[in-house]
Design a protein around this ligand. Structure first.
Ligand code: ADP
Ligand code: MG
Length: 705
């Protein structure tokens, strides 16, 4: 099958162009073979001969795993040998690996320890049209790398829809190869108006197709996992109730990012004869994964998008309209094997007038703390965060927001220079708040607990369902939830207790079923915890208290140490209880009124008494601003952070006294004298040279007269 893919027909042209140019942009329809074939072509044509690997980045973990498995299968090798993948907390590569699929975040992390990426002869930035934050940063880094490694390094940027000219211009006019697709015509059927419930409409249309239209799979785009689950069960229910023999058999598959791998692969096996498949997917099926056999597409016109607002520090998870580019991609999924149909659940006017041309790049809707920390810790001499070469620059506001966050948790000093703590933080594959917590916990002697909390938070959905079930039970009957309650200190402590109890139960999976925890997520947490503990032992200076087991637990009934470490890590995520009010106010450089999320165990504490100070993992704006994952802290720990805040000067943080100027080059940092001694901003040498310059100008003017 691979030989029929459009990319393969272009092999000669591709190899010839790559041979002559350090950077090549390749644009081809989704399903043309960019992700699975390019790496194999370059491997066959000798690009891995001299020992270098081919890296292929993917913005999505699922895609990295699924595509690498496919390539291993096509090459007849076992995954992890010649072909492997690496995603956060999972590395399936070996010394044999020549083609390595990895998330863009993983490649960024690798470049921290090896800025030249010398282990790779080729880097393919795949799915560049997704404009993920990390791919955007990689674009900037590649631009530098091709200059320094010009002779033995090739960069390919591939995309289904990307504005090729823009990227080509970014790389000083590199060639663009267009691989023509083999799309069949797709008939677009618009709705007269937006339906009240896109779920109900999709359901109706899907069943209608099933009963009346010729064979062909149906791909339905939903906005998220919840809706997908609902849709899958409704579809199954309705299909069951159809008269036997009235239409062909049917299979319903969900497809989204948090699906276990064995469920994901199912989508790729073709339908059995005389059977129609319904694939209910997120926008992951737009371009990342191609499912063969689709003839009908149902497009709600919506996508769930996470957005960060730097002026409030708040996230929102909004269902927003897709862009025209996305709509066309979705439509294209119907025409891969024969002419198809796309049911657009919106009027043509909405498509033409309301949809944006293209999706807003992630860099313009994310918190940049992690990214700025990363850029600051790169060992690249002339990197300048505020002037970094971005394809589309983020707003100054969000860069400054990132600098403030990093300062409050000690990753950078008051002059915007990376600190020792910051350097260690960058090496941990965690968000800045959690890496800071681990470092503090190590000093306080509660690292073991902090590792658990960080691991549990990294396995996102661990307690999600258990918590809501617990709540439901509480409401319905008075049978108490079996989950530990965080001893009233909050959600982080609850997460910790769940894991500790599981440890006490010798990691018995049955124990998890008993408290309705998701087994898979808990196993994942356990694995993540182990990896984090290995990483921190490698990088942390001084004694590391990982092995101490749970001994702290008994002596530390109020979890004081771990809460204190959390307070340090969440230095920018503090809130103070409002007097005469059931809510909180965020502390920091912006003040917001917020509430504890109803799912929190903090709220269910005795008679509505809430602690005066809390830290939160996330601020999310749903029906109103909520703190999610909350932990009680003490006033005494908050005060030093507030003091720090008073000293904060954003001009200095961005590394200069002149706001239009960028940050201090990283390299200078090491040579700079320690500022604590005299506390003044400009070093004496600076002042001296300014006076000297002024004197020279004066003398020059005088001489002219
Ligand atoms: P592109 O990256 O250009 O969108 P891909 O290389 O991902 O295209 O896909 C090329 C072909 O390989 C498609 O027909 C797709 O169905 C098939 N394919 C990709 N991944 C898998 C997989 N895991 N299992 C089966 N087929 C796959
Ligand atoms: Mg692809």
């Amino acid at each position: 099958m691979a030989t029929t893919l459009p990319i393969v027909a272009f092999e000669e042209k591709i190899v010839e162009t790559v041979e002559k140019n350090p950077v090549v942009v390749i644009i081809g329809e989704t399903g043309s073979g960019k992700s699975t074939q390019l790496s194999q072509i370059l491997h066959r044509r000798g690009y891995t001969k001299s020992g270098g690997m081919i890296a292929v980045t993917q913005p999505r973990r699922v895609a990295a795993v699924s595509v690498s498995r496919r390539v291993a299968f096509e090459m007849g090798v076992r995954i992890g040998e010649e072909v492997g993948y690496a995603i956060r907390f999972e590395d399936r590569t070996s010394v044999k690996t020549r083609i390595k699929y990895l998330t863009d975040g993983c490649l960024l992390r690798e470049s921290l320890s090896n800025p030249e990426l010398s282990q790779y002869s080729v880097v393919i930035l795949d799915e560049a049209h997704e404009r993920s934050l990390n791919t955007d940063i990689l674009l900037g880094l590649m631009k530098r790398l091709v200059k320094s490694r010009s002779s033995n390094f090739k960069v390919l940027i591939t995309s289904a829809t990307l504005d090729g000219v823009k990227v080509s211009n970014f790389f000083s006019g590199c060639p663009i190869l267009n691989v023509p697709g083999t799309l069949f015509p797709v008939e677009k059927l618009y709705s007269k108006e937006r339906p009240k419930s896109y779920l109900e409409s999709s359901l109706k249309i899907a069943l209608d197709i099933h009963m009346r239209q010729p064979p062909g799979d149906i791909l339905i785009f939903m906005t998220g996992q919840d809706d997908i689950d609902k849709m899958v069960s409704k579809l199954e229910e309705r299909i069951q109730s159809l008269d036997e023999g009235s239409c062909m058999d049917a299979l319903v598959h969900p497809l989204h990012g948090s699906l276990p791998p064995e469920m994901q692969v199912r989508v790729f096996s073709p339908a059995p004869p005389n059977c129609r498949r319904f694939i209910v997917a997120t926008n992951i099926a737009e371009t990342s994964l191609t499912v063969d056999g689709v003839v009908y597409v149902i497009d709600s016109g919506y996508v769930k998008q996470r957005q960060y607002n730097p002026s409030t520090g708040m996230y929102s998870l909004d269902v927003v309209q897709i862009s025209r580019v996305q709509a066309d991609q979705r439509t294209g999924r119907a025409g891969r094997t024969c002419p198809g149909k796309c049911y657009r659940l919106y009027p043509a006017d909405v498509y033409n007038e309301e949809f944006l041309d293209a999706t807003v790049p992630e860099i313009q809707r994310s918190s940049l703390a992690g990214t700025v920390l990363y850029l600051k810790s790169l060992n690249i001499s002339d990197i300048d965060i505020l002037k970094f070469d971005f394809l589309d620059p983020p707003s100054r506001e969000s860069l400054e927001d990132a600098l403030r966050q990093l300062y409050l948790i000690d990753a950078i000093d008051e002059n915007g220079l990376l600190t020792h703590v910051g350097r260690t933080m960058a090496e941990l594959p965690l968000e800045p708040s959690l890496s800071r917590t681990l470092i503090e916990a190590n000093e306080l002697g509660c690292l073991s607990q902090a590792l658990t909390v960080a691991a549990m938070l990294s396995a996102e959905t661990v307690l999600h369902s258990a918590r809501s079930k617990g709540k439901e039970k509480k409401r319905k009957a008075s049978s108490p939830s079996r989950l530990p309650d965080g001893s009233g200190w909050g959600d982080h402590i609850q997460l910790l207790q769940v894991f500790e109890d599981w440890d006490q139960a010798d990691y018995d999976p049955n124990w998890l079923t008993y408290i309705c925890c998701m087994i898979r997520s808990m196993m994942f947490s356990k694995d993540v915890r182990k990896q984090l503990s290995q990483i921190i032992q490698k990088i942390a200076k001084g004694p590391v208290g990982v092995q101490s087991g749970w001994s702290e637990k008994k002596g530390d009934q109020d979890y004081r140490k771990i809460r204190r470490a959390l307070c340090k890590g969440y230095g920018n995520q503090l809130a103070e209880k409002m007097i005469h009010h059931n809510g909180y106010r965020t502390l920091g450089y912006r003040s917001q009124l917020i509430q504890v999320h109803p799912s929190s165990v903090l709220e269910t504490d005795e008679d509505g008494k809430l602690p005066d100070y809390v830290v939160y993992h996330e601020l999310i704006n749903t029906s109103r601003p909520f703190m999610r994952n909350v932990c009680a802290v003490e006033r005494g720990w908050v005060i030093p952070i507030l003091k720090k805040l008073e000293k904060m000067d954003i001009k200095k943080l961005s590394g200069s006294s002149d706001a239009s100027n960028g940050c201090e080059p990283i390299e200078d940092k090491e040579e700079l004298p320690k500022k604590e001694a005299n506390g003044s901003t400009a070093s004496p040498a600076d002042v001296d040279s300014k006076i000297q310059a002024a004197r020279e100008r004066y003398l020059a003017r005088k001489a002219k007269k």
